[in-house]
Write a protein that binds this ligand. Structure first.
Ligand code: SF4
Length: 386
């Protein structure tokens, strides 16, 4: 496993977390040329090299010495992993200060989605989410966010699979750590950085209207947006998702309506189906009415129970009935099949601890035979938390 870089004796810049324009400025200040900055950006984020010294021939010894004096590389370290019978792999990642986070590799026939974390723990306390029981330890910095992708992409590519989509649905509320998430998105979508088309980067929120507006303004609606709704009345949502007490449904939906989507694009609404709570016909009817004027698709997520939670999973019959009712109302709806449930990697189950999670990470799963081409849509068909 790759060693964690030692904490530098004096403050230096983390190259992994510098958005492209800031990396360019940093390299130029050190006497480098734009080509050096772009070589470095690609090496760190596309080729997954953990150390600028590995691109010496392109950077030159003088620039390399300057970089070593002024900067460091601080991406997370692979600390362990668990492979699910369904091909999903849950990874434990260790940060420089000893904190741990998780990321999940979700292979499907035509794409591989990486679900990453934006915070250590989460302050939002959604009652159906295990991460919410941890409380918030701290925000991740941009290098720790983009570094999850760089690290795991290189790992997964060893098995001949290409990471096609990234979803911010791991631990944390991404829009509560907006500046770092914004910088990481800039790195991931830059053609010399991560190189991901913006529509294949999905930010999922529990419902922060100001964050949705900033994301829309900063990226012109090109980043895919997912909203965890689950409750269909303020009373229901207040109980299940405390964020609603500050930002009720009408404020959240107003921010969604203002999100500057390109024509043909949709916002994904995630609804966790809780047995006898949010999976009833009346819930489906209210959801259809709430979303009526929005370009949306709905992902239905059958609840994944965890110890101590007060909810029950829905029955197969209630899932099917809910699905049919929404479709009949003209709402494009998918039932998200739980992935990685046997290793605690499914929606709402991440807690950075589990028996066996600290064991050596499994080798990445090999690519399956190619099928028809990907649908090209940025919205997640897979992810973990709501
Ligand atoms: S669903 Fe998201 S916002 Fe809610 S507690 Fe879990 S990680 Fe936090």
């Amino acid at each position: 496993m790759e060693p964690v870089s030692p904490v530098p004796a004096r403050p230096t810049v983390d190259l992994t977390g510098l958005p492209p324009e800031r990396l360019l400025a940093h390299v130029q200040e050190l006497g480098g040329r734009p080509v050096h900055a772009w070589t470095l950006l690609r090496a760190l984020h596309r080729e997954g090299l953990p150390d600028p010294a590995q691109v010496v021939p392109h950077l030159g010894k003088r620039l390399l010495a300057q970089l070593a004096r002024t900067s460091h590389v601080a991406r997370p370290r692979l600390g362990g992993g668990l492979a699910s019978a369904d091909g999903t792999t849950r990874y434990l990642l260790e940060l420089r200060d000893g904190h741990r986070i998780e990321a999940v590799d979700i292979p499907e026939d035509h794409r591989t989605t990486l679900c990453i974390s934006s915070q250590v723990g989460c302050a939002f306390g959604c009652s159906f989410c295990r991460t919410g029981t941890l409380g918030l330890e701290r925000n991740l910095d941009p290098g720790e966010i983009a570094g999850q992708v760089a690290l795991l992409r290189a790992h997964i590519e060893q098995a001949g699979r290409e990471v096609t989509n990234v979803v911010f649905m791991g631990m944390g509320e991404p829009l509560a750590n907006y500046p770092a998430v914004r910088d990481a998105l800039q790195i991931l979508m830059h053609d010399r950085g991560g190189g991901f088309p913006p529509k294949r980067l999905t930010v999922s929120t529990s419902g922060l209207p100001a964050g949705i507006r900033r994301l829309g303004e900063d990226f012109g609606g090109r980043i895919s947006l997912a909203v965890s709704l689950t409750g269909t009345t303020d009373a229901q949502r207040d109980r299940l998702m405390p964020v609603n007490r500050r930002f009720p449904l009408d404020e959240l939906l107003a921010a969604c309506r203002a999100y500057p989507l390109a024509p043909g694009r949709t916002i994904t609404f995630e609804t966790v189906l809780l047995g006898d709570e949010t999976d009833r016909p009346a819930d489906a009817d209210r959801l259809a009415a709430l979303l009526g004027d929005l370009p949306v698709k709905v992902n239905l997520i059958p609840f994944n129970p965890f110890p101590g939670c007060g909810h029950r999973p829905p029955t197969p019959e209630s899932i099917e009935a809910y699905f049919r009712r929404l479709n009949a109302a003209g709402v494009r709806t998918m039932i998200r099949q739980p992935r990685g449930r046997d290793v605690g990697a499914a929606c709402g189950m991440l807690a950075a601890s589990a028996p066996g999670l600290s064991s050596p990470p499994p080798a990445p799963r090999l690519a399956r035979a190619p099928g028809p081409s990907p649908d090209g849509d940025g919205g997640p068909s897979s992810g973990t938390t709501g």
